[in-house]
Design a protein around this ligand. Structure first.
Ligand SMILES: C[S@@+](CC[C@H](N)C(=O)[O-])C[C@H]1O[C@@H](n2cnc3c(N)ncnc32)[C@H](O)[C@@H]1O
Length: 403
């Protein structure tokens, strides 16, 4: 650290900086950030400190703050190419694709393959805001050179990323390219429809099945490790506050069986139902279920009169807009006093189809739609998962079947 300050102060600053680096290396990001900030309070233009703060914020997934710190770092003297590279990555993670492309271009030394591909994507996603998909693809190919992936992969992933960042006009441009240039599949068809039709009242079964069959192998890593998803554990705790045993348990939309270990505590026979055979295969590997059935949720419930004491369903109502048919069918599958425990993505009012093709439900709506059959016993707001830049709020609801 360069200094006009006294030796004692310099020592203290250096110690604080070293401690911050040690905390960052040990994954104690909050402690590191506050020590970096303490140094910066006295030395606001210290490039290496701003850079280290930016990298730490990246590791803590605080991308907008990381981009701000790294922007300050590259505005100081003696900037190293790596700083611009990290700034570009942070800008990409915040959806500032034009900024990311410009930062990659400014690095001024050869980039690794991963960085080249991120640059090419950033440039293409920025270009599609103002030009055609073919122009954006040509730019992608120019930057990616021999590393270029096939255009359909680039456009498919670009579509998902632009939707996640709510750049819906740009996403539609890529959606139209996919419609014109690829054989339609149920996932693409529904995701495109969602961008123009707001009144679809539930996700089609062929969409759900194809989506999760493709996703099954990556689901646990993506949801739990990357998105911080733990609704099954939280909801099971809520249910346990009510009863510690249920003889017949249904995990509705069980997916890969993340809820299985948490449902075991109720010591009953556990049935898992899901539309996706890929997800069910993963649930079978877990070994927590007595029975796994491939079926559509409402169809299954309608054929299961009085069949369960607890119906448990996490992150499944996000595929239903109008919840009335599902609540009615769940009521038919429970005896009086039986428990229905569900999670939702929390919205403002009523139900709403989001650009992500998931549904969000207002708390008042869930209460009102379930009221003909259920008494609401407990409900709480949770952080459901981290999305592109935000925490997605969720709701947990525990209800008893009316007598
Ligand atoms: C986001 S995953 C959640 C899986 C699991 N409940 C968990 O919390 O990890 C949603 C699951 O619901 C299933 N699903 C969605 N709609 C369904 C429906 N109508 N009938 C049956 N399963 C459905 C999907 O196949 C997928 O496995």
């Amino acid at each position: 650290m360069r200094s006009r300050h006294g030796a004692a102060e310099l020592n203290t600053l250096q110690e604080t900086f070293d401690r911050a680096l040690a905390s960052a290396a040990e994954g104690r990001f909050d402690a590191a950030v506050s020590d970096f900030q303490a140094v910066l309070a006295l030395r606001p233009d210290e490039g290496p400190v701003l850079f280290s703060l930016g990298v730490t914020l990246m590791n803590a997934r605080r991308f907008p703050e990381a981009a701000a710190a790294l922007s300050r770092a590259v505005a100081t003297q003696d900037v190293e190419p790596l700083w611009r590279n990290c700034l570009a990555q942070a800008q990409y993670m915040t959806g500032d694709f034009a900024g990311a492309a410009a930062s990659f271009e400014a690095v001024g030394e050869p980039l690794g393959d991963g960085a080249v591909l991120t640059w090419a994507r950033a440039a293409a996603y920025a270009a599609v805001e103002t030009s055609t998909a073919d122009t954006a693809l040509a730019l992608y190919e120019r930057i990616a050179g021999p590393l270029a992936e096939d255009p359909t992969t680039v456009v498919r992933e670009g579509f998902s990323i632009l939707v996640a960042f709510k750049r819906l006009a740009a996403a539609r441009v890529l959606g139209d390219w996919l419609a014109a240039n690829t054989a339609d599949d149920p996932v693409q068809a529904h995701e495109r429809r969602v961008l123009t039709e707001q009144d679809i009242d539930r996700a089609p079964s062929d969409y759900v099945e194809a989506l999760f069959d493709n996703f099954a192998d990556r689901f646990d890593e993506q949801l739990v490790d990357n998105l911080g998803y733990d609704a099954p554990a939280l909801l099971a705790d809520k249910v346990a506050a009510l009863d510690d045993r249920f003889a017949r348990i249904l995990d509705l939309g069980c997916g890969t069986g993340l809820a299985g270990p948490h449902l075991r505590r109720f010591q009953g026979r556990i049935t898992g139902v899901d539309l996706s055979s890929g997800m069910l295969a993963r649930a079978a590997e877990r070994g927590d279920y007595d029975q796994l059935i491939q079926a559509e949720a409402i169809d299954f419930l309608r054929g299961a009169s009085d069949g369960f004491d607890l119906i448990f369903s996490t992150d499944v109502l996000i595929y239903f807009g109008d919840l009335t048919p599902l609540f009615a069918a769940a009521a038919g599958a429970l005896p009086s006093g039986g428990v229905l425990a569900v999670s939702t993505e929390r919205g403002e009012d009523g139900w709403m189809l989001l650009p992500s093709a998931r549904y969000a439900h207002g708390e008042a709506y869930v209460r009102q739609a379930s009221a003909p059959w259920f008494d609401l016993v407990d409900q709480v707001e949770i952080s459901l998962r981290r999305d592109a830049t935000d925490i997605t709020p969720g709701g947990l609801y525990v209800m008893r079947r009316k007598g």
